[in-house]
Design a protein around this ligand. Structure first.
Ligand SMILES: CC(C)(COP(=O)(O)OP(=O)(O)OC[C@H]1O[C@@H](n2cnc3c(N)ncnc32)[C@H](O)[C@@H]1OP(=O)(O)O)[C@@H](O)C(=O)NCCC(=O)NCCS
Length: 183
């Protein structure tokens, strides 16, 4: 069985994440270096990478605001798709956000059946559309794990003993610590 090392992002993940993004999404800079740098350096608490022998198997990028999480990117490298890497990432994500969050949002393209099915398994409901989201013609379905569904999901993870009861407020990313130390 594959052993995944799943952890919050570090500034040093930047290059690997960009490369992996190109390989997963096929060439174009889907994420873009500015966004990846923000995730690696400033929002690392809620962004995760799964590695196997130092190779990026997948990543999950999210942001938390006002007790709501926005999972902006979830991707598994084709080599590792179907290997449950995604479940390891989701476990790290839910474990980390559960104490701080009541709901979670995703956006997804209509023809992305794998991602839509995955969101459904987490209790998300498709509640609307965003037209021209990343540019003209890029229409996205918006789906949401609402308060009741998120509570049920968090309870499932708590029952399994997976939820770490530490609030985000008690955590600080290495980068933020560094900035504070240099001030
Ligand atoms: C979406 C993605 C993260 C899923 O990861 P994966 O490794 O392919 O998923 P898995 O094979 O482990 O399946 C996990 C669950 O997803 C669903 N799923 C996966 N592939 C599916 C498909 N082709 N059709 C329907 N459901 C599917 C199932 O619910 C499955 O659970 P099950 O195996 O218990 O039935 C991955 O396909 C991916 O990275 N795709 C490219 C990037 C992307 O589109 N990301 C999402 C938008 S940000």
């Amino acid at each position: 069985m594959t052993r995944y090392d799943v952890r919050s992002l570090l500034p040093s993940d930047f290059e690997d994440l960009l490369r992996s993004d190109r390989e997963i999404f096929g060439g174009g800079d889907e994420l873009g270096p500015y966004y990846v740098r923000l995730c690696c350096d400033f929002f690392a608490d809620t962004c995760f990478v799964a590695r196997v022998d130092d190779v990026v198997a997948g990543y999950l990028l999210s942001f938390v605001k006002d007790r709501e999480a926005y999972c902006t990117t979830l991707a598994v490298h084709p080599r590792f798709q179907g290997s449950r890497a995604v479940m390891h990432l989701l476990r790290a994500f839910i474990t980390r956000i559960a104490p701080d969050v009541d709901a979670c949002w995703f956006t997804v393209k209509e023809d992305n059946h794998a991602a839509r099915a995955l969101h459904r398994t987490l209790g998300a409901r498709e509640i609307g559309w965003r037209r021209d989201f990343y540019g003209a013609g890029d229409d996205r379905i918006v789906s949401r794990i609402d308060k009741a569904a998120f509570a049920a999901l968090a309870q499932r993870y708590t029952r399994l003993g997976l939820v770490e009861r530490t609030s985000l407020a008690e955590k600080r990313t290495p980068a933020l610590r560094l900035v504070a130390g240099n001030a």
